[in-house]
Design a protein around this ligand. Structure first.
Ligand code: DAH
Length: 356
């Protein structure tokens, strides 16, 4: 081959190499390219191997030209390699990058039990009306749970409240029991207040929240453990009108300005007169529906504190009067949220609890 032909050949090797390199898209293909164009049996390399067959003058020129092609291809290779590396890094970064528009992972958050929420709402309403929260024991004696509240031993009204007894045997007519209602707290609160000034006991205005227990068959409306919030206001000149105003105001604050309320004559041993307190059913607007039956929903019991109960608390019924009421916070929550079974409250099923 003449020198001129070799030089032309070298030029087309350079072109072919650069052209092929432009099509290389990844590092594997790049290594194959390198073997083909710069490897031991690559055309340029073969030119070097055959240099000895040329005359000295030609050898020098061909050698130089072949070297230029080799250096050019090596340079192009290095450039392409760093391009591909950069591209790979960018792709890796892109695939790793944080997409701030993705929804976050949910953080499980605790919340207050619906009964606790209801109680706190009641405390705040009663607090605004001037009632203080008073707590008393869940384990009681028969004397406080019944006798001082005007349920004498053997009185039939005790049957309304099936009782869990804790200790009976030796204690005769005064067994220890789980309180069946929060009403015994009335006696504790009055006795405590009266002890501070027995001749002129101070007025009392309290709400008594807490658990009560009854030995009952459970069903959608009855649990063996439930809570109550008891109210008591004692002072000179307290009337039934004060009671009506207090409970009507409560109903408006809980269920809205326009809610209608009703007091229905009833019987409790510790109040006289006694009443049940109803609100107009907000589900049917008083027409009557499966939840309310006749258009009214019962919220709790109430009445004027019986003279015997005042006396047992240390208050002279000739000088003092008072009203009392007992509400079921769970019952109020059931009406408000349309909960149809009281047993959901203590089942601890998150599907229920998470709705509040
Ligand atoms: N203690 C009654 C019960 O558990 C509820 C009750 C009714 C409480 C009338 C009162 C009241 O203070 O005046 O069934």
């Amino acid at each position: 081959m003449s020198e001129l032909d070799v030089l032309k050949e070298l030029e087309s090797m350079r072109m072919a190499g650069l052209e092929a390199l432009a099509k290389v898209e990844n590092e594997d293909a790049l290594q194959a390219w390198r073997t083909a164009f710069l490897g031991r049996s690559a055309p340029v390399m073969q030119v070097f191997q055959k240099l000895g067959s040329y005359a000295a003058e030609e050898r020098k020129e061909i050698g130089q030209a072949a070297n230029e092609v080799k250096v050019a291809l090596e340079g192009a290779y290095a450039e392409r390699l760093s391009e591909l590396k950069e591209r790979a890094t960018a792709a890796a970064l892109a695939s790793e990058s944080l997409d701030v528009t993705l929804p976050g992972r949910p953080v499980v958050q605790g919340r207050l039990h619906p009964d606790t929420q209801m109680l706190r709402e009641l405390f705040s309403v009663f607090g605004e009306m001037g009632f203080q929260v008073y707590r008393s024991r869940e384990v009681e004696t028969d004397e406080f749970n019944f006798q001082l509240l005007n349920f004498p031993v053997g009185h039939p009204a005790r049957d309304m409240q099936d009782t869990y007894f804790i200790e009976a045997g030796e204690r005769g007519d005064n067994p220890i029991l789980l309180r069946t209602h929060t009403s015994p707290g009335q006696i504790h609160a009055m006795q405590e207040a009266a002890a501070t000034n027995p001749t002129n006991p101070p007025p009392v205005r309290i709400v008594l929240p807490g658990m009560a227990y009854r030995y009952e068959q459970t069903d959608a409306r009855h649990e063996t453990q439930f809570d109550q919030i008891e109210g008591l206001a004692v002072g000179p000149g307290i009337t039934f009108t004060n009671l009506k105003a207090t409970l009507s105001d409560l109903a408006r604050r809980l269920f809205g300005e326009n809610v209608r309320t009703r007091f229905r004559a009833s019987y409790f041993p510790f109040t006289e007169p006694s009443a049940e307190f109803d609100i107009e059913c907000f589900l049917c607007g008083g027409k009557g529906c499966p939840v309310c039956g006749g258009g009214w929903l019962e919220i709790g019991g109430c009445g004027m504190v019986h003279p015997n109960v005042l006396r047992n608390g240390g208050y002279d019924p000739e000088r003092y009067s008072g009203f009392a009421f007992g509400l079921g916070p769970q019952r109020i929550a059931m009406l408000r949220y349309g909960i149809n079974d009281i047993r959901y409250f203590w089942e601890n099923d998150l599907r229920f609890l998470e709705q509040f």
